[in-house]
Design a protein around this ligand. Structure first.
Ligand code: HPA
Length: 273
């Protein structure tokens, strides 16, 4: 494992230099953030040793290094999901590579369904915590210490405050809630969505939780935001599909992009303590 990580890190640093960077994983709808990157070096995952390639049509599949404003960034445009290959640790190599590239903060985004009537499609929602409803864990079988990882502050409270402040200063509307990971790739049933609501969930999706667990084990500070693309199953008389997700993600992307621009500028000016 270590050798594949060093190979990937050497390869990326050879192309883009060695710098401390802010790491971001871009889900559906956040791809436009890539257009804000200056002095851009884009590397397809297929060129990077050990990087898994997403089979989801709308996911770009490249690592983009450069600057947004004055902040050095490493963006993962696209990510592999558990449901693509049945491996909950599919994101282990990219997360460890980002760490060894010098990234210490990881911001994750995703598309999600909303189980709340007052959080409509195209909204942005800060993830304050998660419920892992998959029965899976990316750390199973990973015997490197620490084996037992504390998730009590997985969604870093200081980052969450900075995300709220960025929403205020940029005028972006921001809700917040608990994200429930259900494996996918089928959407949920209405009965499952009732269960999610009864469990205390606000958002439902097929990603992010395994990356958060891997990132916390690695030592990252983590923040996460969902772009709501639909009311969850049974809440409206509509058919859920990936096309529907992409259409609504495009509608909500302006709001979430201005939030991230403000957040990145703030993190650059006032680094996390
Ligand atoms: N359920 C699961 N994942 C999703 C949804 C949903 O309703 N919308 C976008 N990703």
């Amino acid at each position: 494992m270590r050798t594949i990580i060093s190979k990937a890190v050497d390869f990326i640093e050879h192309r883009a230099g060695q710098k401390e960077r802010l790491a971001l994983v871009l889900g559906s709808g956040l791809g436009d953030l890539v257009d804000l990157v200056e002095d851009k070096v884009s590397i397809p995952y297929s060129d990077i040793p050990g990087f898994p390639i997403s089979t989801v049509a709308s996911h770009a599949g490249e690592l983009v290094l450069g600057r947004i404003g004055k902040m050095d960034v490493a963006l993962m445009a696209g990510r592999i999901h558990y449901y693509e290959d049945g491996n909950p640790a599919a994101m282990m190599v990219p997360i460890e590579v980002l760490w060894h590239l010098g990234c210490r903060t990881l911001l994750l985004t995703n598309a999600a369904g909303s189980v709340n009537e007052d959080v409509p499609p195209a909204s942005a929602s800060l993830i304050t915590d998660h419920i892992n409803f998959s029965g899976l864990n990316p750390l199973i079988g990973d015997h490197r210490p620490p084996q037992f990882v504390d998730l009590g502050n997985a969604y870093d409270r200081q980052i969450a405050e900075r995300i709220r402040a960025a929403a205020k200063s940029s005028g972006a509307e921001l809700h917040e809630g608990v994200y429930v990971w259900i494996s996918g790739p089928s959407f949920e049933t209405p009965a499952e969505i009732n269960m999610v609501r009864n469990l205390g969930g606000d958002l439902v999706g097929m990603s992010t939780v395994p990356e958060v667990i891997l990132a916390i084990k690695q030592g990252f500070r983590v923040g996460a935001v969902s772009l709501v693309t639909n009311y969850a199953a049974g809440m409206r008389d509509e058919v859920l599909s990936h096309e529907h997700t992409m259409r609504e993600a495009a509608r909500g992307s302006t709001n979430i992009l201005k939030l991230f621009q403000a957040l990145i500028a703030d993190l650059q000016e006032n680094p996390l303590k």
